[in-house]
Design a protein around this ligand. Structure first.
Ligand code: ADP
Ligand code: MG
Length: 625
């Protein structure tokens, strides 16, 4: 056949002009594109050979071979994939056939800066060869056919096709490198680019030895682990892959490998680490999941792939639906990615639910490491928040173990319609909170929530399965409604005492005017003399402190209510003093002192430590007579 000259399709000519002349900085991606095409060609033959085994001509040892010729300044990329016929060459290497790409070409303006960003979004595939080469030859023989052809072009408007010789089916692409792209003739550079972008291409990418006595080198791992059936992968192989891909040194606590097929097709191989990474709570921490498209690495900085509350996941998601050349801009608000993300989230939550049921002890280890992060999802994920809350486990006044909200509900007292909790910074301090005393005495369980995130989700969520969630540091304690273990239907001592403290309460109110919202008799104290609570409509004490620390309170601080324990001997004595008259100074000093004590117990700073200390010393002196 004589050489035939073909004009490039107008769009391609335009595209090639931009590719060859723009200052596209990431020239190295040409190798990713060509290796990926070679791999695709092998995949296609592999698939075709399922029904036509004769197509392989006895060779199903698929590979991509890179050969450098330093004399000729060529880099050759050769594969034994499906190959191209003459017509295939015309259709594939001179036109833009992919759907959606004519839109893309329409967006090209001739303004290099703008065009590069457009190209970045769509990718130029095979045409990226012309970023690094001023002449490209493609020699190919289609599997099952005898004739081979050579396609050749300098990328300047036309290409030629002529007869060629090729022993075997497959495609060879010869790049005559531009002067400023000779770096790609260097094995070190080639090795690096292949490892960066194509390590997990499922077939070997071989660099041909340049000297007779040297061995050919396989540049990649040549195994996309996630594409293999689960049954063929050992735990050790998973672990190795986890180490490699997650740059982790522990073992995965959970390995989740699944292939999703349907309207979307993707495979996920994700891991939950065993231990908490040091930067889990650092705001700079990015998602650690790698996005692949058809086995080709795209990015490991795809925040769209997982919500922040799953930022501890490591591993790979490999999509069959995204275009290979997705740019970061394109990943934002990408509908395919959004669906993958939603599927991934559901899968992970589902697995966690299973694990929690099957092995609660193991689950609690996970919870120790990542529970505080997962709980962010309770308020951030509108779709799955309920499930996450149900999955969550908490410490409580019922022993030392974790409980779910359902466990808690199973232990609720008769007549109890509220889930009680207390929030704070420190579990040990929480266990000793005075506000818990009455609940403990009545045998009413209270959840102890010591993660900063607890205050946030609790500020959004006020009930669980029809039961209100209520802080024991807020509002009046409705303890008398509940029949506790000790409750015998009789009136409490406290109720008897209540009437007796009227003078004390009045004196305290006067002394603390402007410092507290109210002073009242407590139903929640059994041992401590006083405690602070928030009024029903006000913000929880601890939440307010958290917001204040984050400078998000905006001057909305509310005053607290001081509750006094009517059963405490000190209150009885102060009341007796009040009844005798002439003790207003003592009462107001006592009020101020007790208020400071209540602040200290809350872990808050007191107004005037010097005054506090003076009052304390005075009272001690009086006490010693
Ligand atoms: P894409 O890979 O997205 O289809 P490319 O521009 O990278 O776009 O490649 C265009 C087409 O050229 C491919 O779809 C394929 O049909 C053909 N092609 C490219 N390289 C090869 C190859 N090594 N073997 C067989 N066909 C190839
Ligand atoms: Mg391609």
């Amino acid at each position: 056949m004589a050489e035939k000259t073909h004009e490039f399709q107008a769009e391609v000519a335009k595209l090639l002009h931009i590719v060859a002349h723009s200052l596209y900085s990431e020239t190295e991606i040409f190798l990713r594109e060509l290796v990926s095409n070679a791999s695709d060609a092998c995949d296609r033959l592999r698939y075709a050979a399922l029904t036509q085994p004769e197509l392989t001509e006895g060779d199903s040892d698929y590979k991509v071979v890179l050969t450098v010729d330093n004399g000729a300044k060529t880099l050759t990329i050769s594969d034994n994939g499906i190959g191209m016929s003459e017509q295939d060459m015309v259709d594939n290497l001179g036109t833009i056939a992919r759907s959606g790409t004519s839109n893309f070409v329409d967006q090209l303006t001739g303004d290099a800066a703008k065009d590069v960003s457009v190209i970045g979004q769509f990718g130029v595939g095979f045409y990226s060869s012309f970023m690094v080469a001023d002449k490209v030859e493609v020699i190919s023989r289609k599997a099952g056919e005898n004739a081979a052809y050579k396609w050749q072009s300098d990328g300047m408007g036309a290409y030629t096709i002529s007869d060629a010789d090729r022993d075997q089916r497959g495609t060879t692409i010869i790049l005559h490198m531009k002067k400023d792209a000779e770096e790609y003739l260097d094995p070190v550079r080639i090795r690096h680019v292949v490892r960066t972008y194509a390590d997990h291409i499922a077939l070997p990418v071989v660099l041909k030895a340049t000297e007779e006595d040297k061995e050919d080198e396989v540049l990649n791992t040549a195994s996309a682990l996630w594409t293999r059936p689960k049954s063929e992968i050992t735990e050790d192989q998973y672990k190795e892959f986890y180490h490699h891909t997650g740059q982790a040194y522990d073992s995965p606590w959970m390995t989740l490998h699944s292939k999703v097929e349907g309207t979307l097709e993707y495979t996920m191989l994700v891991f939950i680490p065993e231990s908490q990474p040091f930067d889990l709570f650092s705001p700079e921490r990015k998602s650690q999941l790698k996005l692949y498209v058809k086995r080709v690495f795209i990015t490991d900085e795809c925040d769209e792939l997982v919500p922040p509350y799953l930022r501890f996941l490591k591993g790979v998601v490999d999509s069959e639906d995204l275009p290979l050349n997705v740019s970061r801009e394109m990943l934002q608000n990408n509908p395919v990615l959004r669906k993958i993300r939603s599927g991934l989230v559901k899968k992970v939550i589902g697995e966690l639910e299973k694990r929690a049921k099957k092995d609660s002890e193991g689950f609690h280890k996970f919870w120790d490491a990542f529970g505080a992060v997962l709980k962010e999802g309770i308020y951030e994920d509108a779709e799955n928040g309920d499930r996450l809350l149900k999955l969550s486990v908490f410490k409580s006044t019922h022993g030392e173990n974790y409980s779910t909200l359902e466990d808690y509900m199973g232990r609720m007292k008769e007549g109890q319609d509220t889930i009680y909790y207390i929030t704070g910074d420190d579990m040990d301090a929480l266990r000793k909170s005075p506000q818990l005393e009455g609940f403990k005495a009545k045998g009413v369980e209270v959840l102890l929530l010591a993660d900063p995130v607890d205050s946030f989700w609790l500020s959004r969520i006020s009930e669980f399965e029809g039961k209100a969630l209520k802080s024991v540091t807020r509002g009046t304690a409705e303890l008398d409604k509940l029949d506790g273990d000790e409750g015998d239907g009789k009136k409490d001592d406290k109720d008897d005492a209540e009437g007796n403290l009227d003078l004390l309460v009045a004196a305290f109110k006067q002394a603390l005017e402007g410092r507290v919202k109210d002073v009242r008799i407590s139903k929640r104290l059994t041992e401590s003399p006083v405690c602070l609570v928030a009024d029903d409509g006000d913000m929880d004490i601890h939440l307010e402190r958290v917001l204040k620390a984050h400078k998000q309170l905006g001057g909305m601080e509310s005053q607290r209510i001081l509750e006094v324990n009517p059963g405490h001997p000190l209150m009885q004595k102060l009341q007796a003093k009040a009844e005798l008259g002439g003790a207003s100074d003592t009462l107001s000093e006592a009020a101020l002192l007790l208020l400071d004590q209540a602040f200290i117990v809350e872990g808050e700073a007191i107004n005037d430590p010097v005054e506090f200390s003076r009052r304390m010393a005075n009272f001690m002196a009086q006490g010693l007579g």
